[in-house]
Design a protein around this ligand. Sequence first.
Ligand SMILES: [Zn+2]
Length: 506
Amino acid sequence: MLGGCVALILFTGIGSAQGTKGIQHGVRPARFAIRNATIVEGNGTPAAGPYDILIEGNTIADVVALDPVALKAGRARRPAADAEIDATGKYVLPGLINLHGHVQDERGGIPQPLEYELKLWLASGITTVRDVGSTTRRTLELRAQSAAGTVAAPRLFVYAMFAGAGDAVESRGIRTAEEARARVRALKAMGVDGIKIVGIDRDLMQAMEEEAKQAGLPVAHHAGVEETNAWDDVKFGTRSIEHWYGVPDAALADGVQHFPASYNYNNEVDRFRWAGRLWREADPERLGRVLQAMVDANVAWDPTLVIYEASRDLLRAQNQPWFKEYLHPTLEEYFRPNPANHGSYFIGWSSTDEAYWKENYRIWMAALRDFERRGGLIGAGEDAGFIYQLYGFALIRELELQQEAGFDALRVIQHVTFNNARILGMEGKLGRVRAGHLADLIVVNGNPLEDLKVLYATGTETIRNGQAARTGGVEWTIKDGIPYHGPTLLREIKELVAAARAKRPG
Ligand SMILES: [Zn+2]
């Protein structure tokens, strides 16, 4: 799968893209400037501009404020550059970081070109992905290619699956603390950036977290309704809680949810239906203590609100407008409810289920707000490739849902840039528009503080001079100083999908 992507860096031919001079899609200029940009820096400070941003190699070399009076008089100090992008009327943000991605080259055992996902991410302004548990060797290889600039891809942080899916050979049979420690050491030797755990027993979790700390590997925990919950993350020093189950589960007054007697955790209908009734059982006073303990122990929260959206509004999730041209047939097939596959719980999903899930979201969102007010660190990730969520588009929808939770758009952008960089331990290099940082930036055709929908790769509708007009979209995604033209990426994805559909049997 990887071989197919390598050639793409050679693609050129849109040097004539509007408002640019000497810029080629997928080719890193030695030195170029983004001119007249309004900047949203990523650290929560308000938008400001105009600025010229100078990029040398893969680094932001300078961010120069332009004095409007001097500009008018033609005597403003402006950095010289061989090439430029004119960002007049546009917004420049740090490249978006997807804190919960999965590198996928197949769905349900059917191949899906890796290029499809990588281009969707780039077209959506994503310059960094934390891959939380995929096929580790393949992703490590892709990480190296991305770092070398030989593949059009976001930069990757590889959080290997501690046990289970992925590298099943190495991870089979972790039953003792010593085996858990050995697995951590083996992953460290492979060169991973961190470790992802899912529902795990307490003794193994303690051993692996101790060993991971020694190895300098951060741990991301997808807590299920299992033996361990957020209290264990607090005690053992987890870097981030993924999704949410472990948080309300740690605040249950009786220590266990009131399941019906017929409940079977391994039955997906039971699991998803009763998950929608978990937050309502959390005791508010206990929940406050859990959240405070997470803050005190520096356990971040990556809620992935988007990946449960089908549970609260199935029709919306199944009918997203970008499916028409951008949903790969392999993924389309994988999303189809089928009793033979996972995800069959959506057959017979009821209005009652959705009503409970909507309430579930309201309490969850309030807990997120409370967590941040107490000083907690919230990130943003998408978990796409599952449950009707499409790579890239899902991360932007996550931002919309975080806004719905009550966070200001400026704060939401901080979650997906600066906060995510902090959770990755990369706050000195990523997540801000700042001289000395890596040149990961996006040029957006519109103001995301006014409407986060302008970040969707396909843009959004607006009214201009009394007429409906298309606006927005990430026009340029600059990763490691390499500019990628959003509309060109989108066109390539559309063609790739059309060709795959034409080949589909029947
Ligand atoms: Zn995931």
